[in-house]
Design a protein around this ligand. Structure first.
Ligand code: UGA
Length: 430
């Protein structure tokens, strides 16, 4: 099939490269000449495990090309995948301007019938509106079908998620579109759930909101657990072994961040409000998430008294490991709070080398970071932190206080290390 993918962010690029690896002819189009030039010259505008290899192979097979000429990409394809951004507006709603701009262009420039596939995360009803826009402003008497095909890729494991999805959701209203989507995904090892467009769009928001809900629930339980003197890890294991609950996404910590969960939950609440359905449950999920960094701040204060004049080291700045993405990263909320309280902040992250808050000094490794610090907070659970030399860490610290904001270290192990090196170790909910 001739396919174009419009938008070369992490969803568009991984999808384009993956479909090319599955032997489709793919044109990746983006208005950013900088991104396209990077891709044409063999570079990558984003880092994702395994992406470089599959792109190289697809290029060698001449299965993929890159262009800023979106009109030409549209005209050359039967299937057009839209994977442009839908950022949050001030009221939490999704900004759909990029989707509708591409829609107008497709309507204007198409000279043959097209199937337009929405990969971007959009509020329920967007696909229907896009279909109306396309067919009403069609210039050459062509017909359009719109398919909602939401994406469940996780940053950091997007390539393997692409090839081994848990399910594929397809919302469409014609047999022709259904057949085209069956053809597109014919060699994928999972079921395809066909449904109407609005249900498909809702599934995406509902899935991300449910994941966020699991995290906030665990964070609430972690706070209770501390008061009770219980261990949140035991609670996690005990409830997670019930298959009706499931053991994934039950890790308490500093809260969820990233470019998807916080944005999608707000947009889903807005969808509810627009239909007079108050999504108060999700409001609580967000509230718990906002307050989660306070837990660490309070622990710090209980040891240090005041944070004024204290030096605090942060380990890990990105919203999760294996990415340099800082969008809605919990580190930002935490650091703001520390600075407001008068602390000096030093930080290290394996991939983040530029930070939006100038007051934060970045260092090239954990050991120089912690020099003369009163406390160290582990904010992102990078694997490399698991093999730290605690002796060197402790000798560099002014006060050996370690706060583990992701429960990334074994409690028993840390108790031993604490005894050996005379340090204080605190984690979340245990
Ligand atoms: C999320 C979803 O997991 C994907 O399925 C979805 O496709 C994607 O959003 C999207 O809509 O594009 P992602 O944002 O890459 O993926 O990150 P997650 O792995 O979901 O993590 C989100 C946040 O939750 C991170 O800050 C992480 O630290 C936090 N988290 C995750 C917890 O605090 N506890 C957990 O148990 C799991």
């Amino acid at each position: 099939m001739n396919i174009s993918v419009i938008g070369t962010g992490y969803v568009g690029l991984v999808t384009g490269a993956g479909l090319a690896a599955k032997k489709h002819n793919v044109i990746c189009a983006d208005k950013s000449s900088e991104k396209i030039a990077t891709l044409q010259s063999g570079g990558l505008p984003i880092w994702e495990e395994g992406l470089e290899e599959i792109l190289k192979e697809a290029k060698a097979q001449q299965a993929i090309s890159f262009t800023t000429n979106i009109t030409q990409a549209i005209q050359k394809s039967d299937l057009i995948l839209i994977a442009v951004g839908t950022p949050s507006l001030a009221d939490g709603d999704a900004d759909l301007s990029q989707i509708y701009n591409i829609g107008s262009l497709i309507a204007r420039e198409s000279t043959t019938d097209k199937i337009v596939v929405l990969k971007s995360t959009v509020p329920p009803g967007t696909g229907d509106n896009l279909k109306t826009l396309l067919n009403e402003s069609s210039n050459h008497g062509v017909t359009f079908e719109v398919v909602s095909n939401p994406e469940f890729l996780r940053q950091g494991s997007a390539v393997s998620d692409f090839f081994y999805p848990s399910r594929i959701i397809v919302g469409c209203s014609t047999d022709e579109a259904r057949k085209a989507m069956e053809q597109l995904y014919k060699s994928f090892p999972c079921t395809i759930q066909f449904c109407d467009r609005k249900s498909a769009e809702t599934i995406k928001y509902a899935a991300n909101s449910f994941l966020a809900m699991k995290i906030s629930y665990m964070n609430m339980l972690a706070t209770l657990s501390e008061e009770l003197g219980a261990d949140i890890n035991e609670i996690k294991e005990g409830i997670g072994s019930d298959p009706r609950i499931g053991s994934d996404f039950l890790n308490p910590g500093l809260g969820f961040g990233g470019s998807c969960l916080p944005k999608d939950i707000k947009a889903f609440m807005k969808t509810g409000a627009n239909h007079a359905v108050p999504m108060t449950l999700l409001q609580e999920v967000l509230k718990i998430n906002e307050k989660q960094p306070d837990l660490i701040i309070n622990k710090l204060k209980s040891f240090l008294g005041t944070l004024k004049g204290a030096t605090i080291s942060i380990m890990g700045l990105s919203f999760k490991p294996n990415t340099d993405d800082l969008r809605d990263a919990p580190s930002i909320k935490l650091v703001h709070h520390l600075l407001e309280e008068g602390a000096t902040v030093r930080a290290y992250d394996p991939l983040v080398h530029v930070y939006p808050l100038d007051e934060v000094s970045l260092f090239p490794d954990p050991y120089t970071t912690v020099e003369d610090s009163d406390a160290v907070i582990f904010v992102t659970e990078w694997d490399e932190f698991k093999s730290l030399n605690w002796k060197s860490i402790v000798s560099n610290l002014r006060l050996p206080l370690i706060l583990d904001g992701r429960n990334m270290f074994e409690l028993k192990e840390m108790k031993k290390i604490a005894d050996q090196h005379d340090l204080i170790y605190c984690s979340i909910g245990r």
